[in-house]
Design a protein around this ligand. Structure first.
Ligand code: AHR
Length: 812
């Protein structure tokens, strides 16, 4: 159900010969908390009537997230030459920012531009006089707006458009909780289908991957197995508002000695803060919500110390009653230089909530930094590796690629917060900690090298995403400092053009780090990190749901051109904004086609019913042009649960994505991980705490797809015994051929509250029917804890239970 984007598509002829008659009022609600609203009246003595009651024709993009985006005094101007519209408004309460957007029809809008003053607006786009300022009462609220005469046909066309939008919003807010009413009396739903291999076509073999971002404590405190929190003493108040968010966060002390935070002669300039300790003093680290220990497991303790006298330092692990459950001691040299020491501690007991204590004897006068406690038992046994249970849960998805390091983390909040990959490699003590856009601290112990390694360990393609020279579109500060001229701040400033060459070089260097020979500068660094073989990087993402603005385009082009020139085989993945429609989507796709970008990254978080009713979304995409990476998506219900309803919406939608997997090359559900108690965003695919991993129904759907991928799509249009779209759109089937095993994989989704029976004729596949083993996820829509069950499916007469997703593999 594609949204009709233009008025023409709605069958509305735009007036080319304006016969004025009605008055159109443009306004925003007092306080600036709305977008452009419109009202009309037939004559000066008639009452004003809103067009679309609260409908925002365009919203301001300026400023950080949500309610920070304001619109004041929107004025509309029609361009006499081509009947296009220009809307200007103030994007700040003190009128210090003027915004401008153009539209052919008041429905579709071009990306916005921002100016320090109205006088900076392009001459032909300045509001014309006379536009009368008027006070009007609309839907019971008094507003100030600007009015002008327009032809009645325009009012009619806008009314028709908002009616269409209202119908769509009703359609896109159908929830399973109302299914008993919606489908009262529904029975005997049947369908038939017959997969036809003669009509099969190749599809992507990389369709299911993972989106990894350090959000919700996904990396530090999560997948990254480090157990000491704030090991580098680099927590900084600019990362989080909590009063104790500073160099001593998570640390406490006991004993008569003292300590202080110091920055003189650090181990490395990137790692400025450390503690100066005067003994006797015990430094205690509380870990990330405590430290979880497994009885009998060994843990690697390491730390850097600078001391002029030899010391004997004790380290203990204590449980929540203070009892020692592990101990070691380290004798240091007194060489007066930063020196790293390691030791092993064995846990005598399984504990969650343990603490690490570093006991410095009397007479200690030492500088201490990088205090780390790491399990030996990591995923694939890597030192500085990943939490085994979590990493294994991800590997079990059989992801074909991993996108990292985000998300918003990739482009950061302001240009100084852009994820600089070079700061995330090399010896841990030299890595550059980074403020996490989700308001915490990135040690970057899980950095680019470890991401590449994880991909290799899982047999997944790495897909690093780098900023396109612009930070997050919702950045509060986009320039190097907040007092920069307007053109460099706002919701999306960019790296100053004079610094872009260096930034482009960083992008090229990344490719060299991943793929270059050990004799190259960056290939040598990879080898130094223990991986002389290349990582075989094939994809690189440039940009993350950015505004496709005049700031973005030249920077993107510089990077894109440079990568293509030096590495023509690398597949560059561009970006087309944060939604499935709108200015950035349109402009991003226009740019993709103009530059022939191999692939672009689409994002949409939508209601489950959007997925139900948009299974034709990709049907009309150009087949032999830019491919799609659906890089972030999830079904969002009110309250943001992960339940069977959200999971089935994805399962159903993915049947249509598989059908279109000649165009959609990759997909990744987002976000991936969320630590209980530290969740900034819901829903997520996997929840966890220090002790356990809790997968969701959405995880199971991803796993069922990841483990049952194909290489050719075998069409089998469904014939359902009704034309009711609410029924038809809730049944989905997809058949793919897995050429590596010669098996056909049939996926069947039923989102109805009744059993659906189907006649799935497999004879064209050379299969006469009979029983096949499969997996099925089913339950009540609100269920959150479900596991797929093994089932036997009998063809051709299949029976799909209410609210179910079934995957069956069949062989000729
Ligand atoms: O997935 C969470 C966030 O959603 C990502 O960081 C960002 O790209 C998107 O807005």
């Amino acid at each position: 159900m594609k949204l009709k984007h233009t008025l023409a598509a709605l069958g509305v002829a735009l007036a080319t010969m304006p016969v004025m008659g009605d008055e159109l009022l443009s306004y925003a609600v007092p306080g600036g908390n709305s977008g452009l609203r419109l009202a009309w009246r037939a004559s000066a003595d008639a009452d004003w009537q809103s067009i679309g009651r609260g409908f925002n024709f365009v919203k301001s993009d300026f400023g950080p997230w949500g309610s920070h985006k304001k619109m004041f005094s929107p004025r509309l101007m029609v361009n006499a030459a081509d009947s296009t519209w220009t809307c200007t408004w103030y994007a700040a309460p003190d009128s210090s920012v003027t915004a401008l957007a153009t539209s052919p029809d008041l429905v579709k809008w071009a990306p916005q531009r921002y100016f320090a003053s109205e006088l900076d607006l392009p001459r032909d786009m300045r509001p014309l006089h006379p536009i009368a300022r008027t006070t009007a009462t609309i839907d019971g609220t008094e507003v100030n707006g600007y009015c002008q005469e327009v032809p009645h046909s325009l009012i009619e066309s806008l009314q028709k458009y908002v009616e269409h939008r209202a119908e769509l919003s009703a359609l896109y807010s159908q929830h399973a909780v109302d299914d008993s009413k919606r489908f009262a009396g529904l029975k005997d739903v049947t369908f038939s289908a017959s997969p036809t291999p003669d009509a099969s076509y190749p599809i992507s073999d990389k369709l299911i991957g993972i989106f990894f971002e350090d959000i919700n404590y996904g990396a530090d405190g999560g997948l990254y197995a480090e157990l000491v929190q704030n090991r580098d003493f680099e927590y900084s108040p600019n990362e989080n508002n909590a009063p104790d968010w500073n160099s001593t966060h998570s640390w406490s002390t006991s004993g008569q000695g003292s300590f202080k935070v110091d920055t003189v002669a650090p181990i490395h300039p990137n790692n400025l803060h450390y503690l100066t300790v005067n003994g006797p003093l015990t430094l205690t680290n509380a870990g990330y919500d405590g430290i979880t220990l497994k009885k009998g497991d060994k843990y690697r303790l390491s730390f850097f110390i600078r001391t002029a006298t030899p010391l004997s330092i004790q380290a203990t692990l204590t449980d929540d009653s203070g009892k020692t459950v592990g101990r070691t001691s380290v004798k240091t040299k007194g060489n007066g230089e930063w020196t790293k020491y390691t030791a092993t501690i064995k846990a005598s007991k399984s504990v969650s909530g343990a603490k690490l204590n570093m006991i410095f004897p009397a007479g200690t006068d030492a500088a201490v930094d990088m205090v780390s406690l790491f399990p030996y038992d990591t995923f694939k046994g890597h030192e500085n590796g990943l939490r085994r249970d979590l990493a294994q849960t991800l590997a079990d998805l059989k992801p074909r690629f991993v996108r990292f390091p985000g998300g918003c983390v990739a482009h950061g909040n302001g240009i100084d917060n852009i994820y600089d990959w070079k700061g995330s490699i090399g010896p841990l003590e030299s890595r550059k900690p980074l403020r996490n856009i989700w308001s915490y601290h990135q040690t970057r112990g899980l950095g680019y090298h470890e991401y590449f390694q994880f991909c290799e360990d899982m047999g997944a393609e790495p897909l690093p995403v780098l900023a396109a020279g612009v930070p997050c579109q919702n950045s509060g500060i986009a320039a190097h400092h907040s007092h920069a001229p307007l053109t460099t701040y706002g919701q999306q400033g960019g790296i100053p053009m004079e610094e872009m060459d260096a930034y482009v070089q960083d992008v090229l260097d990344l490719i060299e780090y991943a793929n270059g020979d050990v004799n190259t500068t960056w290939g040598a660094k990879r080898a130094e990190a223990g991986h002389p073989e290349p990582f075989n990087l094939k994809y690189i993402g440039i940009g993350n749901e950015d505004l496709i603005s005049e700031v973005f385009i030249p920077r993107f082009r510089m990077i894109y051109d440079a990568v293509r020139a030096k590495y023509p085989d690398i597949i560059v993945v561009g970006t087309v904004g944060p939604f499935y429609e709108g200015a950035d989507y349109d402009e991003g796709w226009r740019l993709a086609h103009e530059l022939n970008i191999p692939m672009v990254d689409e994002h949409y978080y939508v209601d489950p019913s959007w997925m139900i009713h948009n299974q034709d979304y990709y049907d009309n995409y150009k087949r032999n042009a830019t491919k799609v990476y659906l890089g972030e998506y999830a079904a969002h219900l009110p309250g943001r649960p992960n339940n069977l309803e959200t999971a089935l919406a994805s399962a159903l939608y993915l049947t249509s994505v598989e059908r279109n997997a000649d165009v959609v090359a990759m997909t990744s559900y987002a976000p991936l991980l969320a630590k209980e108690g530290h969740t900034q965003w819901k829903p997520d695919m996997i929840f966890f705490n220090n002790d356990s991993v809790k997968v969701t129904p959405d995880y199971h759907v991803q796993k069922m797809y990841g483990n049952n991928a194909g290489t050719r799509y075998v069409p089998a249009p469904l014939k359902v015994n009704t034309t009711d779209r609410n029924v038809v759109n809730r049944i989905g089937m997809s058949t793919v051929l897995d050429e590596t095993t010669g098996e056909y994989v049939i996926k069947l989704a039923n989102l109805l509250p009744v059993t659906v029976t189907g006649n799935v004729d497999l004879s064209k596949l050379g299969i006469e029917g009979g029983k096949s083993k499969g997996l099925r996820l089913t339950g009540a829509p609100a269920d959150t804890k479900l596991t797929p069950e093994e089932v036997t499916v009998e063809f051709p007469a299949v029976s799909l239970p209410p609210y179910s997703f079934t995957v069956v593999r069949v062989k000729r």
